[in-house]
Design a protein. Structure first.
Length: 538
């Protein structure tokens, strides 16, 4: 049997020559011979990473770490695998463990910043990249990441300055060129952005996550040039790669559309009589002046509507934080839970209400005496909860041409989860829309909802009249400050899918955009055309 020392010598030579397949074979032979050493598992992990098998690589790194707990290199490798798998919160925790051991290692701060950015935590991401640059002032990738964040936040001067600093040591840095392309698209310089992004995509060292981002932005440039067939192909390529990278996070779940159909059936099978307020029902002793839920479907104009409320001096807007999650898991997960919800009263009802208000207050909001706006499109799937817990709440159902909605979801879906993973193909996006609207319509028939339909198209074409109608429904006075929605766009964060649109004044070019993609949308139209007709769209 070859000694462990001999095997490690051969292994290190192979790794030094970047022959990771050979190193993995040597490690496998040594492990089969009964030897145990962290370098053996590390070598196997390196080869698995080369094959794109990050989940398997992560397992090998974990076995190596069990033998050498305080190795920041292993923790960095594990964090990178978790990032590529889309497990961003776990990645951040792993990088934090590495920083406890080696706090002055700039790449760990940058990698943590990348994971935070993918998770939508842009303020913390910016802070991590800044720390990397403090430790290593010519760190091109960290500087380029700061450029992207500034570009997404609508700060072109800062974005350009960071990009130029990144390009000084690395003239071909793809991330810096992506940041500059974002600025060009914002200015309508679509051809320049296309050329720049094609050069970035041609680079062989561009990460898969970077490739997804560059393909999506290239698609936006092609859309701006009205080369919509090419744009759709680029969006599809980005989605296909994202599905390859992160799809394993969602394949164990039942299809979201199937889950929603079950939920709809549960609501429909219960009598309307069980959904009235419980005797002596009080929403909350510290209830707000007005409790408003904005829901509908993503990309239906909920963000613009929320930003209009953010301009009021008497309103608090809660942006897409799921304050009903615990109650949803308790009462909406199966038929027994739905039946329990229908019968909810007394202390159990108060507990569910209080848990919601506790979550709201822990987010920093104090709802007493305010117009509290809980804006979350997918709260459409929690209408039964809202009806039972908060019968005095007002509901704004955001509608937009379903064909524009499905196309927009296919194009922009930052922050994948079980539901948004359905946006990665146009067919599954249409199925999710259809299932969600069927649920909404069933809830409108079965539940005592105080609901107002709000049209995105009306907001764009006649903002004042549309918002005055909303205020009348809510029985609150119109405020001129509601027109200043662009002033609050910065609150959305760099990663919000609607941030760049809301920074602009109202514009109508997005209305009916689906017509430019009619051929590409054919697989979806059989599902969404009936909804377009039902909602009165041509």
């Amino acid at each position: 049997m070859p000694s462990l020392e001999a095997a490690l010598l051969r292994l290190r030579a192979a790794v030094g020559g970047e022959d990771y397949e050979c190193a993995s074979q040597i490690a496998g032979e040594a492990l089969s011979a009964g030897h145990v050493h962290p370098a053996l598992f590390n070598a196997q992990a390196l080869w698995l990473e080369q094959q794109g098998r990050d989940g398997d690589a992560l397992g090998c790194y974990a076995r190596a770490r069990a033998l050498t707990a305080k190795d920041p290199g292993l923790l960095n490798a594990m964090g990178l695998c978790l990032t590529r798998l889309g497990k961003f919160h776990e990645a951040v925790e792993t990088f934090d463990q590495a920083l406890l051991i080696a706090p002055a290692y700039a790449p760990t701060h940058h990698r943590k910043g990348m994971a935070l950015g993918f998770a939508g935590r842009w303020d913390l991401a910016e802070r991590a990249h800044h720390r990397a640059v403090q430790l290593q002032p010519r760190y091109a990738e960290a500087l380029a990441s700061l450029a992207v964040i500034a570009a997404k936040r609508g700060d072109p001067a800062k974005a350009r300055a960071y990009a130029e600093r990144a390009l000084t040591p690395e003239p071909d840095n793809a991330t810096a060129h992506v940041a500059l392309a974002l600025l060009e698209i914002e200015k309508g310089e679509f051809a320049e952005a296309e050329a720049r992004l094609n050069r970035a995509l041609a680079q062989t060292n561009l990460s898969n996550q970077g490739r997804v981002a560059a393909l999506g932005i290239l698609a936006d440039a092609l859309d701006g040039l009205d080369r919509t067939a090419e744009a759709f192909a680029a969006y599809a390529a980005a989605n296909d790669l994202l599905l390859k990278l992160q799809g394993s996070n969602f394949t164990s779940h039942t299809s979201a559309s199937v889950e929603i159909a079950r939920l709809t059936s549960d609501v429909a099978d219960l009598s309307r009589d069980v959904w009235g307020p419980a005797p002596g029902h009080i929403d909350d002793v510290e209830a707000p002046l007005r409790h408003v839920f904005i829901l509908g479907f993503p990309r239906s104009g909920t963000t613009l509507l929320g930003r209009a409320f953010a301009g009021r001096d008497d309103a608090i807007v809660l942006e897409e934080k799921d304050f009903l999650d615990g109650a949803a898991r308790r009462y909406l997960s199966d038929r027994a839970g739905m039946e329990a919800l229908a019968e909810l009263e007394g202390p159990a009802l108060s507990l569910a209400q209080n848990n919601y208000w506790k979550n709201v207050r822990e987010s920093g909001a104090e709802p007493g005496g305010k117009v509290l706006v809980d804006k979350h499109p997918f709260n459409s799937l929690k209408l039964a909860l809202i009806a039972k817990l908060f019968p005095r709440a007002r509901i704004l159902l955001a509608l937009r041409d379903p064909r524009d909605v499905v196309l927009s979801c296919f194009r922009r879906h930052l922050g994948l989860d079980h539901l948004r993973a359905e946006f990665l193909t146009i067919e599954s996006a249409a199925r999710l829309y259809d299932a969600t609207m069927r649920h909404v319509q069933t809830c409108r028939q079965q539940l005592p909802l105080n609901l107002h339909e709000h049209r995105y198209e009306g907001l764009v074409t006649d903002f004042d009249a549309t918002m005055r109608a909303v205020c009348a429904f809510l029985e609150i006075p119109w405020q001129e400050s509601m027109r200043r929605f662009t002033a609050t766009a910065g609150d959305l964060g760099a990663g919000h899918a609607s941030a760049s649109q809301v920074r602009r004044e109202l514009y109508a070019e997005g209305l009916g955009r689906w017509r430019h993609y009619a051929s590409e949308l054919k697989p979806a139209l059989s599902l969404v055309d009936p909804w377009a007709a039902q909602f009165g769209y041509e």
